[in-house]
Ligand binder design. Structure first.
Ligand code: SF4
Ligand code: SF4
Length: 66
């Protein structure tokens, strides 16, 4: 099943991946990483592995598994 893995310590909470996901599966959380940024989470089995979130992330915080 396709999915993504988010490295929350690399995430800066820029929301680019939130906007990029066509299915709106990525959500900004109310939790902070060690740098003080609200990081994003994806907790869905509907991910298609399209990779758009990965392509938009400027901080290489997302890995895609097909
Ligand atoms: S791989 Fe595609 S469907 Fe899955 S979370 Fe990223 S943008 Fe959304
Ligand atoms: S694009 Fe990258 S840095 Fe920005 S919110 Fe998404 S995972 Fe975090």
């Amino acid at each position: 099943m396709p999915t993504i893995k988010i490295n929350v310590e690399k995430c800066k909470g820029c929301n680019f991946c939130v906007d990029a996901c066509p299915l709106k599966l990525i959500k900004i959380s109310n939790k902070l990483n060690k740098k003080g940024f609200n990081y994003v989470l994806m907790d869905s089995d509907k991910c298609t592995g399209c990779g758009l979130c990965f392509q938009m992330c400027p901080d290489l915080a997302i890995e895609v598994y097909k």
